[in-house]
Design a protein around this ligand. Structure first.
Ligand code: ADP
Length: 269
C-alpha cells in the first residue's frame, strides 16, 4: 500500500482569502512556534475554518480536518484494523496520520464528540506529545510539525455537551466573533462578489437578526449566511427572496420567530 508520508493531498496550494480581524494571526504563529494546541472559540460561520486554512497555507503545513459528531469513536480518529483480501491491515485514522507525518489536525466542533472520544487527544496536548494506539500496541510520538487545533462554539454549550475542564485547560484559545460591520461588509463583497451597498445592507440585516438572539433565535445570521444571500442576489434573485432563502428560512423552523425576523429585516431594507 502506498503511504502518503508528505500528506500532499492535504496541502493547500493557493492562498485562501482571509481578512484578519485582530491579532489572531500573531497569536496562532506564536502558538505554532511552540506547537501549542489551539482552540478557536466562536459562533458558527464566523471564519474559524477559513482562518485555520489560511494559517496552514501560511505555515506550509498540510491540514487534516475532522468534523466531530456524536457517533464518532476514538477509532475514527486514531485508526482501526480492516479486513482485506490479504488479511487484517491497520489503517491510521486522520489524527494518527497528522501525528505520524506532521501537519495541522483540525477537529471541528469537538464538543459534538463524546467525552470518552475526546480524551484520546489528552496525551497529545501536553509535554508528552504521544498518541497511544492501544489496539495496535503502539505509542506514536508526534512529528515535530504536528499541531492540534479544535473549534468550539460556546453558544451551544449545555451541561451534557461541554468540554471537560481537563480538556479545555490544555489549549491556548483564540476568540472569534462576527467582524465589525465595515470588515464584515468587505468580506461579503469579496466572497459574494457584490457591490458595497448590497454588502452593507446584508450586514445591517445581520445586525437585526443578531439582536433577536435569545428571543427565539439561538444565533443570529452568520457571515456565511450573508455570503449565501449575497450570492443569490448576485445571481439575479431579488434581494427579498435572497434574504428569505439565504437567511430567514435556514435560521429557524418556528413560524412566529420567522415572522418577527422578517419584520425586523423589512425595517432594514
Ligand atoms: P466557521 O467559523 O463555522 O468555521 P467559516 O470559516 O466556514 O466559519 O466561515 C464561513 C465563511 O465566511 C467562509 O467560507 C468565508 O467565506 C467567510 N469569512 C468569515 N470570516 C472571514 C474572514 N475573516 N476572512 C475571509 N472570509 C471570511
Amino acid at each position: 500500500m502506498l503511504v502518503d508520508t508528505d500528506l500532499s493531498a492535504y496541502r493547500i496550494a493557493a492562498e485562501p482569502y482571509y481578512r484578519p480581524v485582530g491579532d489572531e494571526v500573531a497569536v496562532f504563529e506564536a502558538a505554532w512556534l511552540h506547537r501549542l494546541p489551539v482552540m478557536l472559540k466562536g459562533p458558527t460561520g464566523c471564519g474559524k475554518t477559513r482562518f485555520v486554512e489560511y494559517m496552514a497555507w501560511r505555515l506550509h503545513q498540510p491540514l487534516i480536518t475532522v468534523a466531530a459528531h456524536e457517533d464518532m469513536t476514538a477509532a475514527d480518529l486514531a485508526g482501526r484494523f480492516l479486513l482485506t483480501p490479504e488479511g487484517t491491515v491497520w489503517h491510521d485514522g486522520p489524527l494518527t496520520q497528522a501525528v505520524r507525518h506532521g501537519g495541522i489536525c483540525y477537529l471541528d466542533e469537538i464538543v459534538e464528540a463524546r467525552q470518552d472520544t475526546t480524551v484520546v487527544i489528552h496525551p497529545l496536548t501536553d509535554a508528552r506529545r504521544i498518541l497511544p494506539l492501544e489496539k495496535r500496541g503502539e505509542l506514536v510520538s508526534a512529528h515535530p510539525d504536528f499541531q492540534l487545533v479544535i473549534s468550539y462554539n460556546p453558544g451551544y454549550q449545555s451541561a451534557v455537551k461541554d468540554l471537560k475542564e481537563s480538556t479545555k485547560q490544555r489549549f491556548v484559545a483564540i476568540d472569534f466573533d462576527y467582524p465589525v460591520p465595515e470588515l464584515e461588509a468587505e468580506i461579503v463583497m469579496r466572497e459574494a462578489c457584490v457591490g458595497p451597498d448590497l454588502a452593507r445592507t446584508l450586514v445591517s440585516i445581520a445586525a437585526c437578526s443578531r439582536n433577536l438572539r435569545g428571543q427565539g433565535l439561538d444565533e443570529g445570521a452568520s457571515t456565511r449566511m450573508l455570503i449565501h444571500a449575497g450570492r443569490l442576489a448576485a445571481g439575479g434573485v431579488s434581494l427579498e427572496a435572497a434574504v428569505h432563502a439565504g437567511i430567514v428560512l435556514p435560521i429557524t423552523d418556528d413560524a412566529e420567530v420567522r415572522e418577527a425576523l422578517g419584520a425586523a429585516i423589512a425595517a432594514c431594507l
